[in-house]
Design a protein. Structure first.
Length: 117
């Protein structure tokens, strides 16, 4: 079993940037495709993006494409979500998970991102 802990959230003005981290313990993440999701109160959890095991390719939701970048450092057992040009609608709790958009597990506890206008 792998445990995931997200960090790096906070309050930022629109147009600003944040970098989230997701650090794993219990098992190496090198064997997993890893994904980021986000959720706001009253809404379903939304896929943000995923990254292949090697980090060679990533997939993003249309809403964040061109602004967000996922990367990974398997040696540090960590993945990252670089968020640029943030918008108020990006406000959410961000989660990482093992697996893909459609098949995922081992959720972290989430980190709050708030973008002020």
């Amino acid at each position: 079993q792998v445990q995931l802990v997200e960090s790096g959230g906070g309050l930022v003005q629109a147009g600003g940037s944040l970098r989230l981290s997701c650090t794993a313990s219990g098992r190496t993440i090198s064997v997993y495709i890893m994904s980021w999701f986000r959720q706001t109160p009253g809404k379903e959890r939304e896929f943000v993006g995923s990254i292949l095991r090697s980090g060679s390719s990533s997939d993003y939701a249309d809403s964040v494409k061109g602004r967000f970048t996922i990367s990974r450092d398997n040696a540090k057992n960590t993945i990252y979500l670089q968020m640029n040009s943030l918008k108020p609608e990006d406000t959410a709790v961000y989660y990482c998970a093992t697996g893909t958009r459609y098949a995922n597990s081992n959720w972290g506890q989430g980190t709050q991102v708030t973008v002020s206008s």
